[in-house]
Design a protein around this ligand. Structure first.
Ligand code: F6R
Length: 366
């Protein structure tokens, strides 16, 4: 059942190249320079005329929503707000018929997300679902949607569901950007080309497994861990921290790198591991200076860098290399080493990675 892997989580991490391919298959038509998604084509005008997009989700799916905020605003120039479903539903939100709500959920059964959908529908908003489980409550309750096609996710800690959600949302943003004319034809084509390369890049990152395991061994007894990223990779930092908390029970925080000096820098000493996403595109120079600030306070740096990087390599205690890609696609690669890092720490500590204490795969009560 686990296909030769020790845990479902590891199997699902390794399934990501295939899962991402399954997600864009039949939708990304590079030769025709097209993205085709039925749920989008059928509702194109509603989506294009939206005043704004409100994204609601919980947990890891909420992190996918945060990545989508960068992609939709950057490429499609549509204003986006991302909300925890549980907060959104109870704060008397302003919703109009010109709003589009995107609900993201692996299980399609999360109680708060479902309630947020019902609220938005009652105010006349158009509701679009991004679900993994076919025929789930959320898939049925939404006006339209797009499945992630990740296949069953058994491990409680979400892995392939996240990367496939980001893939679907990227396809959506590109489709809308093309329709709006907010992206040039050459840029659009470049994104299709690079997106098609992501599965083999992920395969490449997975080869760092034993290197990541040795880093995990060095830091497995830490009490705390900080994750930093900027821009598109700020949500990746949040997701990395959540993965570590969930399965290893080590306290971890994700932060936008620039916020460090507004508080968390006080935590940094020689016992604090800090995972920094420092890939080449996207505020690289600024991240490098954040790394220098951490080093001068003796923090231990585990940096995710672009293959061939030398600047960060000279500063960091450990580096994990990922292939170069477009900035908008970088979360799809940078997430992978963080999944493996938490996995190995949890296994080395003897924790139950597939069924961490106190957690359920789908949270059907609020
Ligand atoms: C994280 C995790 C949870 C879920 C959250 C939302 O690894 O498993 O945070 O992401 O409960 O679940 P779905 O996506 O099913 O709505």
């Amino acid at each position: 059942e686990k296909g030769g892997y020790d845990h479902f989580m590891l199997k699902e991490i390794h399934e990501q190249p295939k899962a991402i391919t399954d997600t864009y298959r039949g939708r990304l038509l590079r030769n025709e320079a097209l993205i085709k998604m039925a749920g989008i084509e059928d509702n194109l005008n509603k989506l294009l005329n939206a005043n704004r997009i409100i994204i609601v989700a919980c947990g890891t799916s909420w992190h996918a929503g945060l990545v989508a905020e960068y992609i939709f605003e950057d490429l499609a120039r549509i204003p986006v707000e991302v909300e925890y479903a549980s907060e959104f539903r109870y704060r008397n939100p302003v919703i109009t018929e010109n709003d589009v709500l995107i609900a993201i959920s692996q299980s399609g059964e999360t109680a708060d997300t479902l309630a947020a959908i019902k609220l938005a529908k009652s105010k006349g908003a158009f509701v679009f679902g991004v679900c993994n489980v076919v025929g789930s409550s959320i898939a049925r309750e939404t006006h339209a949607g797009a499945y992630t096609h990740a296949g069953p996710e058994i491990g409680v800690a979400s892995t392939k569901a996240f990367t496939t959600q980001v893939t679907v949302l990227t396809l959506m943003a590109l489709r809308l950007a093309k329709a709006k004319g907010s992206i040039s034809n050459s840029d659009f084509h470049r994104h299709l080309l690079e997106l098609e390369l992501i599965p083999q890049h992920v395969e490449n990152v997975l080869k760092s497994d034993s290197h990541i395991k040795s880093i995990a061994n060095t830091y497995k007894h830490s009490n705390n861990c900080l994750y930093l990223g900027r821009g598109y990779n700020f949500p990746v930092a949040l997701e990395g921290a959540l993965k570590l908390k969930e399965i290893s029970y080590i306290h971890a925080e994700g932060y936008p790198a620039a916020e460090m000096k507004h508080g968390p820098i006080a935590l940094i000493d020689e016992n604090m591991p800090i995972v920094v996403i420092a890939t080449k595109k996207g505020h690289y120079e600024k991240v490098v200076s954040n790394i220098q600030e951490i080093k001068s306070r003796k923090g231990k740096i585990i940096a995710i860098v672009t293959q061939g990087d030398t600047t960060v390599k000279a500063l960091a205690d450990h580096v994990i290399e990922v292939p170069e890609t477009l900035e908008a696609l970088s979360p799809l690669l940078n997430t992978i080493p963080l999944q493996l890092l938490s996995y190995h720490i949890a296994v080395l500590l003897g924790k139950n990675v597939d069924q961490p204490r106190n957690l359920a795969k789908s949270v059907t009560v609020e």
